[in-house]
Design a protein around this ligand. Sequence first.
Ligand SMILES: [Zn+2]
Ligand SMILES: [Zn+2]
Length: 538
Amino acid sequence: MSADIYARYLRLRGHEVIFVTGSDEHGTPIELEARKKGLEPKELTSAVHRRDLELFTELGVEFSLYSRTESEVHKEFVKAFMSRLMERGYVFEQDEVLPYCEKDKMFLPDRFVEGKCPNCGYDRARGDQCDRCGKLLHPSELLEPRCALCGSRPLFKLTRHWYIDLGRERERLLKWLESNLELQDNVREYSLNWVTQGLKARSVTRDTSWGIEAPFAGAKGKTIYVWFDALLGYVSATIEYLRSQGREEEWKSWWMGEGVRTVYFIGKDNIPFHSIIFPAMLLASGEPYVLPWRISATEYLLYEGSHFSKSRRVGIWVDEALELLPGEYWRWILTRLRPEGGDQNFTWSELYRIVNSELNDDIGNYVNRTLSLIQRAGGVARGPGEEVLERAKEIAERAVREYDNIRLKAASEQILELARLGNRYLNEREPWHLLKSNREEASRVLWSAASIAKMMAHLLAAVMPKTAERLWSMLGLGGQVSKALWDSELYNFPEEYRVSRPEPLFTKLPPDFLERLDEIIEEARRRAREKRPPFVRD
Ligand SMILES: [Zn+2]
Ligand SMILES: [Zn+2]
């Protein structure tokens, strides 16, 4: 969502953008889930991929490409990349003692083994990472390990694995982390601390069949560890997208060219993979890849004070949310609750306030008042404008700066400021009286008010694209707001506005929404469940 908003923002500023991501299909959590359901992993991931793409579409998220790590382009790219690291001497093999379940007759990589975190004591830490404190782990570090399939205590047995020696990139990583001032403070400090302490060699292979075959001699039956595979998806999805456009030969200019910038949108638990492991891999390839320009890492969104949890059924899922309110509303709500400066709490009473007070009373009501008054004035408002536009421009300037720094919640705050300024202005100038006494002055007030609404349409175009287009057309402005570049159009006002009859931009939630909440959520859950394909997230 944030990435979609920022991609739209960049296009509105005239930048050329490729916006890719994809389903991360490999890895032990999926294999584990499929095994528990008696399915082949790919049956499960194909269904999830299709459903996720539908839901993204309903949320108005428009990728250049939403790929998947099972795509042939991706698998070929990962194998070629790993072979290159091997040729360059970054990969070595070594025997390792790993947990093995006698009952399930298999090694227990990553999530197949659980136990107590040696760092924070969380008792459901996984073999590769603790979900509570974020620390990356080795299965042997877990206290009281147990098999995630059957719960029995594993034995530790010898097996051979391939390792990537990222420590060789320590100096270059440190230099990049210190010199890239676009990195958020929390990302840089966390990563510098880690890299300074030293980069351990990490195993890149796993004893599982689900994944991309390891392309190393003697590694038959082993697959590439999911994180090394998934991170390279940023590159392979770019290649796949450009191939679909018949311009595959351009891909290197997007990853190694002058003036290219890459921006990543992640939750804070994924910081080390994006700020250490991925850049180290790119450096190790010996090719001139651009390293991350920015990594926008958000804090956690809590649900009524608790962590979202699929297993404990805490939270509301996207398909259920979309049964309650249209995607366009959720884009605004989630922007308003974006955990930019610290963890953020989602509550239903806050959602109620955001929809009824911000969207309806502040923005919707302002637009409705302005357009209705212009209707009363004969449907036309002519300039010149009044001094209020100078204050409105200052607010819009602040919104642009916030967007530019990927502070999307802060940008949305400025859009509300603009609506509140507009409402206050109408209250002060009382154009409904002026219409009777001084039509010329009334027209100037209404032209100013419409110009504020036009700026709102521009600034909303990244967060609520459909609403922004409706507002744009009600203001009688030609073309599409999504094509009106800010640098030339944001403060470029028409001589007159010829508006159409206003239609409400938003609908309020009913006054008893919070009282009937349980019933309303239950109904949304039921409708969402009916639409789910079999075995997707039950
Ligand atoms: Zn922990
Ligand atoms: Zn077992």
